[in-house]
Design a protein around this ligand. Structure first.
Ligand code: GTP
Length: 355
């Protein structure tokens, strides 16, 4: 089976992490986020993937080349981002399959443990135009929702509302019949969510919903990105690309964790990173060459490459860009984002290791 992987978005909600690296290439549990997706796609029977790129397009081929995780990889770039639908249409130029064959479409920012083979089987059994993976969420009012009838056929594709009619939402993994992709207008900005799916449904095309609530996470926000990385390390989602056994922490080669430091909650410590004695790092992502000094506390946070946290500083739910420095004694909480290279001076209250 062939697949199209959508990886052209700018990932604005994940800035400053995505200033230098596109979201799908961010290190996640020790490897790039896409490695987990590619390995899982291969397990599900995919043999060839067309990357639909746009933002920082050249970085994808540099990262994966033409073969990785048992897959053949090809790259199709958009000069201007064409949106999710336009990107699928554009990338389809590189498909080799027949008009009736199924094509898997993957969003490049979804971690999912659902059964892709079962989704494809439903698509084939029902001769659908498109078959969507739908997942159930506790609070569907935060998403558009997708009701289905008793046979599993999608009846509507509804915008976000405070009174959703179902807890089923679009989980961002689709099976398209190859010929259905050709109905998307060429060289135009098109959204599958806002245009293609509602149009197909209203025109009477068979759109099916494969409802499955296995592990599912959209890593589009900083909180979700940190959670996804930690869930992989903890083994909440099995990934063939994980560089180690599941556990409380993943310490990559070349990292230094002092014996007196507490590192847990699915934390990754990147290559060349340092965690000094007396510090605590919980549920966080430390990229290569990050540094946590003695007595510091880091929780639910990301330290990008070369970022430094000074002695006694506290970070909770914080993103530090590349090379950012938090001086001794600072306390940062609640979604703060520090841009690359910014240095916060030490607080006036002097930190003492004797305290
Ligand atoms: P935000 O800017 O934070 O919303 O992130 P994003 O740009 O990644 O957008 P979104 O999360 O809605 O995108 C869902 C998936 O589609 C991601 O994997 C994106 O990389 C991809 N995507 C979004 N827009 C485009 C586009 O215009 N072209 C291509 N090729 N992919 C896109």
């Amino acid at each position: 089976m062939e697949a199209i992987l959508l990886v052209g978005g700018r990932g604005t909600r994940l800035r400053p992490l995505t200033i230098s690296t596109p979201k799908p290439l961010l290190p996640t549990a020790g490897v790039s986020f896409l490695s987990h997706q590619l390995a899982r796609a291969h397990e599900a029977g995919v043999e060839r993937i067309v990357f639909a790129t746009s933002y920082r397009a050249e970085m994808f081929e540099a990262a994966f080349g033409t073969k990785a995780h048992g897959l053949e990889l090809v790259y199709v770039s958009e000069d201007q981002p064409l949106g999710t639908g336009g990107a699928i249409r554009n990338a389809a130029r590189a498909l080799t399959c027949d008009p009736d064959d199924p094509v898997l479409i993957l969003n490049g920012d979804i971690l999912s443990g659902h059964d892709v083979r079962a989704q494809v089987a439903l698509h084939e059994e029902t001769s659908a135009a498109v078959t969507l993976h739908l997942t159930r969420v506790d609070d569907p009012s935060r998403f558009g929702c997708v009701p289905t009838d008793d046979s599993g056929r999608v009846t509507a594709f509804l915008e976000k509302t405070s009174h959703p009619v179902t807890d089923q939402i679009n989980a961002g993994c689709y099976v398209f019949r190859r010929s259905t992709i050709d109905t998307i207008p060429e060289d135009e900005v098109v959204s599958v969510e806002r245009e293609t799916f509602p149009t197909l449904i209203s025109s009477g095309a068979r759109v099916m919903g494969h409802v499955e609530s296995e592990y599912w996470l959209d890593v589009g926000t900083p909180e979700a990105f940190v959670r996804g990385s930690c869930d992989l390390v903890l083994g909440r989602l099995a990934s063939p690309a994980m560089p180690g056994e599941p556990g409380e922490r993943l310490v990559l080669p070349g990292a230094a964790v002092a014996p007196g430091a507490i590192v847990r909650g699915g934390t990754t410590v990147g290559r060349g990173a340092t965690v000094e004695a007396g510090s605590t790092v919980v549920g966080s992502v430390l990229l290569d060459d990050a540094f946590v000094a003695e007595g510091a506390t880091v929780r639910d946070s990301v330290l990008s490459r070369g970022a430094r946290v000074g002695p006694g500083a506290v970070l909770d739910g914080v993103i530090l860009g590349d090379g950012a420095v938090v001086g001794p004694g600072n306390e940062l909480r609640g979604g703060l984002r520090i841009w690359p290279g910014i240095e916060l001076p030490p607080t006036a209250v002097r930190f003492s290791t004797d305290a």
